[in-house]
Design a binder for this molecule. Structure first.
Ligand code: ATP
Length: 288
């Protein structure tokens, strides 16, 4: 599989926060989930890739070409859905579309109208009067109406109800079914990615901690549960994090075979993406 996007040595220093040498690539035909808690650096990474934030160092290539040097051409291949949706609030949906559409050589009005009908949106409505869910749908309609090959979505499901979230995930799945399409989907709601992601990239404090196939991650890691008496100094080293109560413990391991070999009487369950993410960043569920 070829790489659609290659990010190398990306740096951005905000003083209190730094993107530290962020490097990864996105494979064609894959949905890559970009996960991390609030403030981990997801939006800064995405905006640096898109040139919306001025990076301090690093290179970003789309289909082998530097985005910076070929912006006009390459932006045709990318559909972008940003969390805050950068629109003029006083415009109607149609007026805003008329501002955006000419920027793309491949704008397809028919596809756009199909999405508008499918999402039950009214082109005469002002953007300021849209609900959060409607605005997200409008953003998606705009992002998917110029035959983009790479869809970049920053927290598209954040703050939305389960029905709209599920609709958005269906659209992402429809998009990826077409040959040659790829998706980069940032979120702190990892349960969305349990369903759709092929690859996962975990960022924390501006650094990439994990970059792997989702299924491999979920097969490799395990949630281990057992009696607290079973823990000792030696077998504690098999875990990334351990939560202990007076009688029981629950811990995440990426060494399931060693746990089976050295610890009798424990249960090993399949983790969720959230379990693995929190084990790496040392948090607990309440932190999300
Ligand atoms: P969330 O899930 O909350 O959107 P995130 O992972 O997208 O979080 P970022 O928005 O990239 O995180 O923010 C990372 C850090 O960079 C935060 O500490 C934020 O305060 C800081 N930051 C973002 N933009 C700026 C800016 N323009 N100036 C200074 N600091 C900034």
């Amino acid at each position: 599989m070829s790489n659609v996007l290659e990010v190398n040595g990306l740096k951005k220093d905000y003083g209190a926060f730094k993107l530290n040498d962020v490097s990864f690539s996105l494979q064609e035909g894959c949905i890559t989930g970009f996960i991390g808690v609030n403030g981990a650096g997801k939006t800064t990474t995405i905006k640096s890739i898109l040139g919306l934030v001025l990076k301090d160092a690093g290179s970003v290539k789309l289909f082998g070409k530097e985005i910076e040097k070929n912006e006009q051409e390459l932006k045709n291949y990318i559909g972008v859905v940003l969390d805050e949706g950068c629109f003029y609030e006083e415009m109607t949906l149609k007026e805003m579309k008329n501002v955006i559409a000419p920027a793309y050589t491949n704008w397809d009005e028919k596809i756009f109208r199909n999405y508008i009908n499918r999402f039950d949106l009214n082109l005469k409505q002002k953007i300021s009067t849209l609900s959060k869910g409607m605005k997200m749908k409008y953003s998606i309609a705009l992002a998917l109406s110029h035959h983009a090959d790479l869809l970049i979505m920053d927290e598209p499901t954040s703050g939305l109800d389960p029905l709209i979230r599920s609709e958005i995930l269906d659209i992402v799945l429809e998009f990826i079914r077409e040959e040659g399409k790829s998706v980069f989907f940032s979120t702190h709601i990892t349960s969305d990615l349990d369903k759709i992601a092929d690859m996962l990239i975990l960022i924390d404090k501006g650094e990439i901690l994990l970059n792997e196939e989702k299924d491999l991650i979920l097969d490799t890691y395990g949630v281990v549960k057992g009696d607290s008496n079973l823990l000792n100094d030696e077998n504690r080293k098999l875990f990334l994090n351990i939560k202990e109560s007076r009688y029981n413990f629950e811990a995440i391991t990426n060494r399931k075979n060693d746990v089976r070999k050295h610890m009798d009487g424990v249960i090993i369950e399949r983790p969720t993406i959230e379990d693995v993410m929190l084990a790496h960043i040392g948090g607990d569920r309440d932190a999300i």
